[in-house]
Design a protein around this ligand. Structure first.
Ligand code: FCB
Length: 407
């Protein structure tokens, strides 16, 4: 039996665009239309209207924490024109969590931007930072008394990689130079938002908040331990996993480390170019690990190794996303169990872990992949919007309620 301390945060995560539906002023909405995406987000899970019902379920599943994001494009659909009614909606959402005894963890930016912001060159534009700060200031004025945990930016490097390097997500750029500039702007946005959030709490005389990013960590593993692959591992860990954290640490802008973990990437380089070193992955299909329905390797050991490497930062660590998409729910429970075991082992080795959130509470809109990947603890029937907690949700609920994981 594995035992976690009282007060450990247990729950699940969502993001606004993936669950709410009808986010018509967002750049993703426009991108889906322009590309004729086969499964556009549409009404998503209708969480915008059904959030109270969803939080009833979260409570009944023993969750004491829940991560959500604010949709900037609802709050500021036109540049400088803030919608008080939408801010009020998020206040209601956050209060609905509080009423149920669930700690809200609120993300300010989770991949999507207002369309007007994207049309002005998005995060590549110098002014992006001040636009983001103005929105952050407005949101915080209203919401700060009710929120302790803030996440400024979700997975900055995943965003840069998909939107500016691979060119799959909007704005579909393929430029390492642009990606570099966007990374710097995201870092400034985070650092300045950190200062702003703290200043607002101070001004209002509120107890100090806990502010971080949600950094995706990938386990990079080389197929062959040759020199070039070893250099590639070093560079990838630096660029994709740790640089952003290191820079934020240097600016003293992290109160805890928010971490997302899913999978490993098998590294095998085919040349000495920068792109080879940073991007080449193994082409042979020799991984014998079980996979999720998107083909990602299931590799709990990677979470343990990465958690131990975070000890050097000497900060509380909060797992803000960890999950599996699968049509076979028994795999989901197995995935959760094995990852919680790793969390426990890392705690025993002295990593100061304070919480674990599963991705996701509900099945939802998985970006360019549409609705078929099923990540939810709760099944969503997209014809009726009926929610049905899965068996894995009930098993995880036992852990949430008791803080123990039985063999
Ligand atoms: C993460 C994202 C989240 C979701 C999961 C599967 O990278 O933060 O929105 O798409 O992957």
């Amino acid at each position: 039996m594995i035992q976690f301390p009282k007060g450990f945060l247990w729950g699940a995560a969502t993001s606004a665009y993936q669950v709410e539906g009808n986010n018509i002023a967002s750049d993703w909405w426009e991108w889906e239309k322009r590309l004729g995406q086969k499964e556009p987000s549409g009404l998503a899970c209708r969480h915008y209207e059904l959030y109270a019902q969803d939080f009833d379920l979260a409570r009944s599943l023993g969750h004491n924490a829940h991560r959500l994001s604010l949709e900037w494009s609802r709050i500021e659909p036109e540049e400088g024109r803030f919608q008080e009614a939408q801010l009020k909606h998020y206040l209601d959402v956050i209060l609905a969590l509080r009423e149920r005894g669930i700690e809200p963890v609120v993300t300010l930016h989770h991949f999507t931007n207002p369309l007007w912001f994207s049309l002005k060159d998005g995060w590549h534009n110098e002014q992006a930072v001040s636009s983001y700060l103005r929105y952050t200031g407005r949101a915080l004025e209203l919401l700060s008394p009710h929120v302790r945990f803030w996440v400024t930016i979700n997975e900055p490097m995943v965003y840069v990689y998909h939107a500016y390097v691979l060119g799959i997500w909007p704005p579909q750029e393929r430029s390492l130079a642009k990606g570099g500039k966007v990374t710097n702007n995201l870092l400034s946005a985070h650092v300045e938002a950190y200062k702003l959030i703290h200043a607002i709490y101070k001004k209002k005389g509120l107890p100090m908040p806990m502010v971080s990013i949600a950094q995706n960590l990938q386990a990079f593993v080389a197929c062959k331990a040759n020199l070039r692959n070893r250099i590639a591992l070093y560079l990838r860990n630096k660029c994709f996993n740790f640089d952003f954290i290191d820079n934020a640490m240097r600016k003293k802008s992290l109160d805890f480390l928010g971490i997302n973990y899913y999978s490993r990437s098998l590294v095998d380089t085919r040349g000495w170019g920068v792109k080879n070193l940073l991007l080449d992955t193994c082409r042979d299909n020799h991984s014998d690990l079980p996979k999720n329905s998107l083909g990602w390797d299931i590799y709990p050991q990677g979470l343990y190794d990465l958690l131990l490497s975070l000890k050097r930062y000497d900060l509380p660590v909060f797992i803000l996303e960890n999950g599996i998409c699968t049509d076979k729910d028994s795999l989901r429970w197995n995935f959760i169990r094995r990852h919680i075991e790793m969390v426990h082992q890392a705690r025993q080795k002295g990593v100061n872990l304070i919480g674990y959130l599963y991705w996701s509470l509900l099945d939802n809109f998985e970006w360019d992949k549409g609705f078929s990947p099923r990540f939810g603890l709760i099944d969503v029937d997209y014809a009726t919007y009926r929610r049905t907690p899965r068996d894995s949700a009930n098993k995880f609920a036992e852990v949430c309620r008791t803080g123990t994981l039985n063999d």
